[in-house]
Design a protein around this ligand. Sequence first.
Ligand code: SIN
Length: 278
Amino acid sequence: MQDMENPAIQVRPLTPNIGAEIHGVDLSKPLDGQTFEEIHGAFLEHQVIFFRDQKITLEQHIAFGRLFGELHIHPAAPSPEGYPEILVVHADEDSKRITGEAWHSDVSCAEEPPLGSILYMHQVPPSGGDTMFASMYAAYEALSDAMQRFLSGLTAIHDGEHVYRGRYRDEGVDDTGKTYPSAEHPVVRTHPETGRKALYVNSTFTKRIVDMKRKESAALLGFLYEHIASPEFQCRFNWRQNSIAFWDNRCAQHYAIWDYYPNVRHALRVTVKGDRPF
Ligand code: SIN
């Protein structure tokens, strides 16, 4: 039972549209029911929530993710020995690319894309390495009624092949003969928990709008990608060591900024399984 008079946590919004910092909780300790409900409520309302100064082990990171559902195993990336549910997000002077350096919703090419992702920062560069987040509720709601109606009947193909093929070769992954996920999803999805509508195309995975000519699809996607990237729908998170971000892939996109080369940035991600978008 939630005690509204005496909240267990403090929620400090970063912007009106997206993002909030959560204070007053230690994620290395088991969460009581009220604290969990308040964190879950803040996650649904703000679409990405941030925690500072958390000292958690791999097991505690995994346990926190499991409070929100079963964990997702990445279709392409290698994981540390014995921890298939951990995704390593690492960049250094030898990196040729980094994870997430374009707007996307994680693994949207899957039939059932992840609900959310929890990134725990182990090492930050001296400056830079921020992550941007954009609210797909705000992006949808800012469109005209006519555009909203037009988009609501459309679906799009999201594909992993061009994103993942050979991507982890440098880390010893031979993906010869492997098939990567591809799925058709609504262009506007309804969030299964809040009931709100969100734009659901992204420039990383979405290949084309179904039943449109190639040029029509490219023009429409081009418009939507530009619209989605409007600063008004965004917040930007400046990481420190031991910060955590937990984002909702069903209604937010994110973009990792690689402005810190050749410095090291090292984080681990736990990803929670989601449902088929509708
Ligand atoms: C990701 O897309 O999971 C990476 C985000 C980040 O490194 O900030």
